[in-house]
Design a protein around this ligand. Sequence first.
Ligand code: GDP
Ligand code: MG
Length: 163
Amino acid sequence: AKPTVIIIGRPNVGKSTLFNRLVGKKLALVDDQPGVTRDRRLGDAEIAGLQFTVVDTAGWEDEDELTLPGRMRKQTEASLEGADAAMFVVDARAGLTPLDNEIARYLREHDVPIVLVANKAEGKSGESGVLEAYSLGFGEPVAVSAEHGEGIADLFGGLWPII
Ligand code: GDP
Ligand code: MG
């Protein structure tokens, strides 16, 4: 069966934009307001012949920035259950936040293989954020711009060894 790759990250890092970019359709709602994506959305993705089901999530939204309350944990846990890998998305422009580190700690407690994705990396203003993302401990971040369609093919190198 096709592998499943879940997109995880704090609100507003560009998860739904990445999902739409991978699926090629406007299936996920993208909005400047955090919390717009209400449930998980599944779509068919392909990068250089590598086919997988991609899942957009919003489980970390509408919650206290510094805690991991049960509802969010449950939703993410349910999504991680069926996942062969997760793309952990951070915002290269905004830099890391406490919630990014909290999610990183959470993901380390699970067995799911992680591809770290530094989104919004177009132009120079994303450079320091991409470097900062190394500190999360998931190896080299894949720098992409979901909005501008840059670096998407580079996700292949992160995904193919693990799915
Ligand atoms: P989500 O909450 O993680 O699903 O984030 P969204 O996909 O809804 O995007 C949040 C905001 O970031 C929107 O205003 C997007 O247009 C913007 N965004 C997404 N990807 C990029 C990108 O590659 N570069 C820039 N500059 N903005 C982006
Ligand atoms: Mg979203």
